[in-house]
Ligand binder design. Sequence first.
Ligand code: F3S
Length: 401
Amino acid sequence: MLDGQHGWAVQKAMELLVAVGECYDAERMVRVSSTHLVAANRAAGRGGIEFIRQIAERGGKFVVPLTTNPSAFDPWQWKEMGFTEEVYGEQMAISGAIARMGGLVCHTCAPYLIGHVPRMGAHVAFGESSVVLYANAVLGSRTNREGGPTALASALTGRTPYYGLHLDEKRHGTLKINVSAHLANDTDFATLGYFAGGIAQDRVPIITGLSSSLSQDELKSLGPPLATKGSVAHYHVVGVTPEAPSEEAASGSKKIGSSDIFEFGPRDLKATEESLSRIGPEKATLVILGCPHPSIGQIMKYAEVLSGRRVKNHVEIWILVSHAIRQYAEDMGYANIIEGSGARLLSNTCPAAMPQEYFDERGFNMIATDSPKTVYYASTAKQALCYYGALEKFIEVVTRK
Ligand code: F3S
């Protein structure tokens, strides 16, 4: 591959992977079974768009399955959303090139809900921190936090450098968080994730004290804030996640010292939740739900709370969703209920991928959400003030009967 015998695109991809591997002292390459790529035009930039187009034009073909993260807009509603032809054209240039190389242009940050489910122990090359966490912790597959170019290179070569979280010893937990707070809903799990991320930073936390019957939605909510407050890429929940049948297995039999053991009690839950709000929900002009993209069960909950209600005139409610789950929502009647309330179901998009001007022009600077990751992006990248809490706590404030 390095010699160019497999073509220019593969040679460039392997040159990049070799350089990364040398950087991290990887002893060799390992085969990957699939990849997930951040492929929004804003993230790629002009240079990135040109690079992807060239790779496709010069014969690049993916040798393992590839899925894509959300783009800047809903491709079925980009005009109604007010995006320009230029932004649309840039995104389509990337999406088109990826599709020509054999990628699945699904634009979702929950690809595991639509069939991209690597098996336990499989090596993969995933970008997008929440997808990385789900793959490592919930599925037990193995990936580092890949950037767009390296995930693309892995899809072209079927390889990734063997270092970091591909190695057994790097996957063991080195600190412990005992949960004594009662977690009543998905948002409480997200709040725990935010708290744990702040403590763990880039280490692997072991979480104890949670019920062994956690749902997929609860785990899906717990993961993303770990990488928002910290830069966690893997975690264990004892008795729940596949590499943690016991605390001993999660830590690789290493003893965790008392200075690395933390408590998450009812006061921590309340204080962490409150720390994420700068405004009351009545101030919000935009509500963002569905970060990360929801399951059909979560869509059902959104439909339940919006049923019989109408979004207030000065407010917009966006529910982000993958297009595949949206299809189910339509089939099951949830889309009708949600859109009948005046809320919008937006497929395949993410506010973090939208340009700042888009928010500025619409005056979206007061945002309510049930996701700490949205709070982070809205308050840092978009300079908005946010309210954070469980859906039931604020939906009545932003809607009427
Ligand atoms: Fe997904 Fe965007 Fe949230 S990628 S996890 S909707 S910030």
